[in-house]
Ligand binder design. Structure first.
Ligand code: CXF
Ligand code: ZN
Length: 359
């Protein structure tokens, strides 16, 4: 099969021929239909986050199951699925306590690599590796999708929508009447914005440096916008809110914006870091955290309980309460993947989707 391969950090992806193993008892093979191009992939391309090479990136994916292992019961060949980038074991303490996104056990290790190039193992990002014609992964990460939902939309639910919506609903628990700030109005940020609006936030303040992103943020429910390229965004937010917000979200992945989110939270408020801040960076907050009773939280995969949250999200989309169609601003072929990443880097797009297969 064809896949886009990362051979070294800071190099373009190259389209290469790889071979797939047969699925193990708890695995499935999925023919990829659509894969979103996410900033997190870019972190691995740029080397901000480490990965083994060669690697196939891509973790926002949907497709059609083509083969399942002997012990798989949750999906069958022909099923349309979202490919989750966590594959919960289903029985560890984290899964048991309702936090499968934090599953500490993970899927069982394979004896042989699932993906190979001329006898060499190829790493699949988060056991997915969706920038490819096929994915081999553990079936526990697959969520079935009904026939009325396009697999392009389903793919987005696999990362940006779940991550943004879940940060609001599961991690922060935004309540009606609260005030919210969102730093970064990209794919994840827009989903935070629309989920906060849906949760009944009185104010949803989008903060970004790119003007067209702020315009889009308003379309997704932002009541106010702050251009972070024009003066101190924290001071502007304090002025706008008279002392900060109940919930501030960081959706970029930088130390400086994570610290700004903390500063934007009012006394008693909560800052949620959703973006992939580089692993060696430290987020510094005021020693007065005790007096201000602020909370600083991380949110991974929107605290997803996949089999409950993803169908819920798709229901809200059906009811017209979540705008998922408006997230997709460009489509590319797999062969055009480097152009898609250039556009993402330049801040030109909300979400690009690679149309890899035809249903
Ligand atoms: C990432 C986090 C690291 C693994 C792949 C997905 N999250 C969202 O983009
Ligand atoms: Zn992502």
């Amino acid at each position: 099969m064809k896949a886009a391969v990362l051979n070294a950090p800071q190099t373009p992806l190259s389209i290469e021929e790889l071979t797939l193993d047969k699925p193990g008892p708890t695995e499935a093979v999925i023919r990829v239909i659509a894969a979103g191009v996410c900033h997190s992939d870019l972190h691995f391309i740029e080397g901000t986050y480490p990965t083994r090479h060669p690697a196939v990136l891509g973790h926002e994916v949907a497709g059609v199951v083509s083969e399942v292992g002997s012990a798989v019961t949750n999906v069958s060949p022909g099923d349309r699925v979202i490919i989750g980038f966590v594959q919960p074991c289903g029985h560890c303490a984290d899964c048991d306590s309702g936090r499968p996104n934090l599953c500490s056990q993970g899927a069982p290790r394979r004896e042989s690599p699932g993906l190979m190039r001329d006898g060499e193992a190829v790493t699949q990002m988060a056991n997915v590796g969706g920038f490819a014609e096929y994915v081999i992964t553990y079936a526990s990460g697959l969520v079935k999708v009904a026939d009325d939902i396009s697999l392009e939309i389903a793919a987005l639910v696999g990362c940006s929508v779940m991550t943004g919506y879940g940060a609001v609903v599961n991690t922060a628990g935004v309540t009606p009447g609260s005030t919210v700030a969102v730093i970064g109005a990209g794919g994840v940020g827009l989903n935070i914005i629309q989920a906060a609006a849906l949760a009944g936030a009185e104010k949803v303040i989008a903060v970004d440096m790119v003007e067209h992103k702020l315009t889009t943020a308003r379309d997704f429910g932002a009541t106010d916008v702050i251009d972070a390229g024009d003066g101190d965004p924290v001071a502007k937010l304090q002025e706008l809110t008279g002392g900060g917000v109940d919930f501030a979200f960081e959706a970029i992945g930088l130390k400086v914006t994570a610290e700004q989110a903390y500063q934007m939270a009012k006394r008693g408020g909560t800052a949620v870091v959703v973006g992939m801040v580089p692993p060696m960076d430290k987020i510094e907050v005021s020693g007065m955290i005790w007096l201000e009773e602020k909370t600083l939280k991380g949110s991974f995969y929107g605290g997803a309980r996949f089999h409950r949250d993803m169908p819920n999200i798709l229901n809200l989309y059906r009811q017209g309460k979540l705008n998922l169609d408006g997230l997709v601003t460009r489509r590319y072929k797999l062969e055009e993947i480097n152009e898609a990443f250039d556009a993402l880097k330049n801040g030109e797009v909300t979400r690009s989707v690679l149309a890899i297969g035809i249903e």
